[in-house]
Design a binder for this molecule. Structure first.
Ligand code: KE4
Length: 428
C-alpha cells in the first residue's frame, strides 16, 4: 500500500471545510474506500502525489489532458497569456480564433458560444432547444451524464450513479417531470416516449458514446434512429460531446458516425485543463442566443483568455501529423494488454473502447447497455482499483467512469499499466 500520510492529513482537514473534502464528488473515493490520492504535480503520463508516490495517470482530469500533464506547448502558451492579464470582460481576438478552430473541426457547429464548463454548455443548449421548439420536455438516457444542471439530474451517470443518487434531492418534482428517460441503445424506448408525448418534446440529449457508465458504444443504427425520430417529430437532436469532442477523433464522434446533430456541446479538451465549455450548432438556432437573439445566456469569464490559450495550444498540437493515429495505437496497445492480462488470470473481461477513452468491464459478456453495466462485479472492481493503485496506476475511482489515454502515454507507460494489471487480476 503506498504511503499516503500527507494525503490523509490534507483530506482530514479538508473534510472540515469542503463537503466530502473534495470539489467534485467522484474524487472522494466514496465508492472504492480509502484515502483519495492528493496530487502534487504531473508530467506527461505520470502524476506524483503529495507523499512522493508516482502513478501512470489514466484519469487525466476526466478527459481534458489529451496531451498529458504539463505539456510544454500548453505551459508556454499559458505563460505568454498570463503576462498580458487574466480576464478582461471584453471581447478578444483569441475568442474568434477558438470559434474558428471549433468550426473547422465540428461541421455541425456553424456558430458557437463559449462558456465555463460542460454543465453550462448543456444547460444553455437545453434552454435554446426549448425556446426554438416552444416545447418543454427533454429526453435523456438512463446513465448518461450531462453535468449537474437540475433538468439533467434525473437518472444521471458518472458521480451521481457512483454515489447511488442518479436523481438528486433539491430538483423540484415539477422540473424533473419535464425530463423523460429512455434506455441507451434501445430505440423502441425512445419511440414509445414520442408516441405518447412527441408534440411536447423539445430535444433528445445523447452522449454519442456513453462515457459516464464506463464506456458503452452506440449500437449500429442507434444514433441514426434518434436522428430520424427527431426529424419525424420536430424535436432537436443534441450530441453531448463534452467528453468525446476532439478526443475520439479530430471532429469528435459526429465525424465518425456521420449523424448530424442540431446542437452539440463541447468542453474539456478545448480548455487543455482550464475551465471551459462550449455549445454550438445550426446558425438559425444559435442566432437566437443573446444578444443576437432573445434567449439569454451569459458568463463573466466566458471566453477566458487563459482557458483559450490552453485550448488553442492543445487543439493545434492535435493537428500535428499522425496525432490521432498514434493515440489510437497506444490506446489499442492498452486494450490488448489488459485483455491478455485478464486471460492469463482467467478473469472475465470485456473492454469498451472508443479511441482514447475506454473502460474494462469485469463481465462475461460485452457490455452494451446500462443493465449490463450494473451487473458487473463492483466488489471485485474495487479490489482491482486498489491493487492497481498499489502498483503505481491511478484509475478513476469508479466503475462508471471511462479511462483516458494521452499522447504522452508511451510504450513504457502503457506497459507499466499492463504489468500492474497482470498482477492485480491475479489478486481478484
Ligand atoms: P463539467 O460541468 O463537469 O465540466 O461537464 C459536465 C459533463 C457534461 N457532459 C458530459 C458528457 C460529461 O462527461 C461531463 C462531465 N464529465 C464528468 C466525468 N464523467 C466530470 C467528472 C466530475 O464530475 O468530476
Amino acid at each position: 500500500m503506498p504511503d499516503l500520510k500527507r494525503s490523509q492529513a490534507i483530506f482530514e482537514a479538508a473534510q472540515k471545510l469542503i463537503p466530502g473534502g473534495v470539489n467534485s464528488p467522484v474524487r472522494a473515493y466514496r465508492s472504492v474506500g480509502g484515502t483519495p490520492v492528493h496530487v502534487a504535480h504531473g508530467a506527461g503520463a505520470w502524476v506524483t502525489d503529495v507523499d512522493g508516490n508516482k502513478y501512470v495517470d489514466l484519469v487525466l482530469s476526466y478527459g481534458p489532458l489529451i496531451l498529458g500533464h504539463a505539456d510544454p506547448r500548453v505551459s508556454s502558451a499559458l505563460h505568454a497569456a498570463v503576462e498580458k492579464g487574466t480576464a478582461y470582460g471584453a471581447p478578444t481576438e483569441a475568442e474568434l480564433d477558438m470559434a474558428r478552430e471549433i468550426r473547422a473541426r465540428v461541421a455541425p457547429a456553424e456558430m458557437v458560444r463559449l462558456v465555463n464548463s460542460g454543465t453550462e454548455a448543456t444547460m444553455a443548449a437545453l434552454r435554446l432547444a426549448r425556446a426554438a421548439t416552444k416545447r418543454d420536455l427533454l429526453v435523456k438516457f438512463d446513465g448518461c451524464y450531462h453535468g449537474h444542471a437540475d433538468s439533467f439530474l434525473v437518472k444521471a451517470g458518472s458521480g451521481a450513479l457512483t454515489q447511488g443518487a442518479p436523481d438528486s434531492p433539491g430538483v423540484p418534482a415539477a422540473l424533473a417531470a419535464l425530463t423523460l428517460i429512455a434506455q441507451y441503445n434501445d430505440l423502441e424506448s425512445v419511440q414509445a416516449l414520442f408516441e405518447q408525448r412527441g408534440k411536447e418534446i423539445a430535444c433528445v440529449f445523447v452522449e454519442p458514446v456513453a462515457g459516464n457508465v464506463g464506456l458503452v458504444r452506440p449500437a449500429a443504427g442507434f444514433l441514426e434512429g434518434l436522428r430520424a425520430i427527431c426529424d419525424q417529430h420536430g424535436a432537436l437532436l443534441v450530441f453531448d460531446e463534452v467528453m468525446t469532442g476532439f478526443r475520439v477523433a479530430r471532429g469528435g464522434y459526429q465525424e465518425i458516425c456521420g449523424v448530424k446533430p442540431d446542437l452539440i456541446t463541447l468542453g474539456k479538451v478545448i480548455g487543455g485543463g482550464l475551465p471551459i465549455g462550449a455549445y454550438g450548432g445550426r446558425a438559425d438556432l444559435m442566432s437566437r442566443i443573446a444578444p443576437a437573439g432573445d434567449v439569454y445566456q451569459a458568463g463573466t469569464l466566458s471566453g477566458n483568455p487563459l482557458a483559450i490559450a490552453g485550448g488553442l495550444a492543445t487543439l493545434r498540437a492535435t493537428d500535428e501529423h499522425g496525432f490521432y493515429a498514434r493515440l489510437e495505437r497506444q490506446s489499442a496497445r492498452l486494450q490488448t494488454g489488459l485483455e491478455n492480462a485478464a486471460k492469463k488470470n482467467k478473469v472475465p473481461l470485456h473492454v469498451g473502447r472508443q479511441g482514447a477513452m475506454l473502460c474494462p468491464y469485469l463481465s462475461e459478456v460485452p457490455v452494451t447497455n446500462l443493465a449490463l453495466v450494473m451487473k458487473t462485479d463492483r466488489a471485485k472492481w474495487t479490489r482491482f482499483f486498489h491493487a492497481m493503485l498499489e502498483r503505481g496506476v491511478l484509475l478513476p475511482p469508479s466503475p462508471f467512469e471511462a479511462w483516458f489515454v494521452s499522447i504522452a502515454h508511451d510504450d513504457a507507460a502503457i506497459d507499466h499499466v499492463v504489468r500492474a494489471a497482470e498482477e492485480a487480476f491475479g489478486k481478484l
